[in-house]
Design a protein around this ligand. Structure first.
Ligand SMILES: Cc1cc2nc3c(=O)[nH]c(=O)nc-3n(C[C@H](O)[C@H](O)[C@H](O)COP(=O)(O)O)c2cc1C
Ligand SMILES: [Mn+2]
Length: 462
């Protein structure tokens, strides 16, 4: 059965040795950020810090910060290999949607705070990295509605705390759906109604933080993955549905006339992004459960929590959208540390075939490999790059691509894209048998099993 809410998920993690409680007092700074970093580095248990100095609210840190918990969150075995995880997310994308349902029992309304009672500083919102411009809400599920249709979207976008009732919102990339909605409101000269869910069952942040096509409602997609509909209630002050069992809901408007200088923020690239001019979110009401828990996510140098949380959902999405009709693709992965280099394994038919496929992708580095190369195995991929690739004819550099958050971007905000064809799809590999790669004897697998059995150990993550 799917996890009902954050509390149910936390209880499950604790029962399975995936969460520890820290009862001693911790500081919001530097302890919270340092704990987040440590959990990611260790791929250790998540932490529930029960006593944050100056706050009544406990702080959950790193709930999605390991490959094991990324599997468990989606209801999959924690022993799953990367490959099995991608296969599962591929099937989630093919499963379609399960409509979320409106319910009457809504614990998120146990406390309703409006006007002057609204105060973000009551929650232990950390400054995640040392030079972040302020405290950042790093795991928000931002709910907006398209003014021209019924499309309700849930996306994850950084929110810098500006005041007790104000934050920024960074949903400006061309692909951010809240940004698309906001552009329409701005053109009409109207503020955009917006609600933000904090602390929910664990599938929603995974789909809010990774891309699905425009028009998809992440609530319905999450329901299909959970095999149980998300439960919703209408927010107090805006006409938007919010998860009924969320710990905390922020409600208000994204202002069409008020911007703020926002940043810096330690981004998923492992570098700080500079200052931006962003719209201001004005919070008109906060509703929360009794004794709410604040759920935070650690970002920073990869591998960080966002990489664990969205690697599989991103790859499943890539297979089902960008590469929907590419049956020649036999595997897809990110090269460690899982940030910006996509590896595509395929059954290539002809010279130039991998290049055609790479051109469709929008990742900063794209590498194509053959079927005998495990795209998740950095040794395999680097071996292919150094033996099946000639940098003068197999590497393609596309200049002046929008840089967005790339720390290597030019002064006018552009970066490069690099496509690396590390396949045997061209001369001399596919013309003659002259260059033969050393293949293992077929009996190797059998011997591997026998040796491991005799040694009393199990195989690795393959
Ligand atoms: C922790 C985390 C933080 C993110 N922050 C931002 C952000 O500040 N701005 C942004 O445009 N995308 C951000 N993303 C990526 C978006 O969540 C992602 O593109 C997602 O597809 C957005 O939802 P949408 O496709 O419905 O717009 C973040 C992702 C994660 C996991
Ligand atoms: Mn979306």
């Amino acid at each position: 059965m799917a996890y009902q809410d954050l509390r149910d998920w936390i209880a499950h993690l604790e029962k399975n040795g995936e969460l520890i409680r820290i009862k001693d007092e911790i500081s919001i700074e530097p302890d919270a950020g340092a704990i987040g970093r440590a959990v990611c580095d260790l791929e250790g248990p998540a932490v529930l810090a029960e006593n944050v100095a100056g706050f009544k609210t406990p702080l959950a840190i790193g709930l999605h910060a390991s490959w094991r918990r990324a599997a468990m969150a989606a209801g999959l075995p924690k022993t799953n290999s990367h490959k099995e995880q991608v296969k599962a997310w591929d099937s989630f994308f093919k499963r379609g949607h399960l409509k979320a349902k409106m319910v009457h029992d809504a614990p998120c309304k146990e406390n309703i705070l409006k006007g002057d009672e609204v105060n973000l500083f009551q929650f232990p919102i950390p400054r995640i990295n040392i030079h972040d411009g302020s405290f950042y809400i790093s795991k928000p599920m931002v709910i907006t509605k398209d003014p021209d249709s019924d499309w309700v979207n849930v996306g994850m976008y950084r929110m810098m705390v500006l005041d007790r009732n104000k934050t920024g919102l960074m949903a400006l990339s061309v692909a951010a759906h809240a940004g698309l909605h906001f552009n329409k409101y701005t053109r009409m000269g109207q503020d955009m109604p917006m609600a933000v869910a904090l602390g929910t069952e664990p599938v929603l942040p995974m789909v809010a933080g990774s891309w699905q096509p425009a028009g998809w409602c992440e609530l319905d997609f999450a329901g299909a993955i959970r095999d149980e509909p998300e439960e919703l209630v209408t927010a107090e002050t805006v006409d938007l549905p919010v998860p009924a069992r969320a710990e905390i809901i922020l409600e208000g408007v994204l202002k069409c006339t008020e911007t703020t200088l926002e940043g810096p923020f330690g981004e998923f690239t492992g570098a700080y992004s500079g200052y931006l001019h962003l719209p201001v979110f004005e919070i008109k009401a906060i509703t929360h459960r009794n004794n709410p828990i604040y759920d935070t996510l650690f970002m920073g140098r990869p591998v960080a929590e966002n990489h664990y949380m969205t690697t599989y959902s991103k790859l499943g999405g890539e297979l089902n959208t960008v590469f929907a009709n590419r049956t020649e693709i036999t595997g897809i992965a990110f090269l460690p540390p899982y940030a910006s280099a996509l590896v595509i394994q395929g059954r290539w038919g002809h010279t130039g075939h991998p290049r055609e496929v790479m051109l469709a992708s929008s990742h900063k580095v794209v590498i194509t490999v053959d079927e005998d190369i495990d795209p998740w195995n950095a040794n395999d991929v680097l071996w292919a790059m150094t033996t099946r690739c000639r940098s003068d004819i197999d590497v393609f550099i596309i200049p002046e691509i929008p840089g967005r958050l790339d720390p290597a971007q030019s002064l006018h905000g552009t970066t490069t894209r690099m496509l690396i064809d590390a396949t045997k799809s061209r001369h001399p590999y596919n013309r003659y048998r002259a260059v033969g790669f050393v293949e293992p004897r077929v009996e190797t697998l059998k011997w591997r099993e026998r040796i491991l059995a005799a040694w009393g150990k199990e195989g690795g993550n393959k």
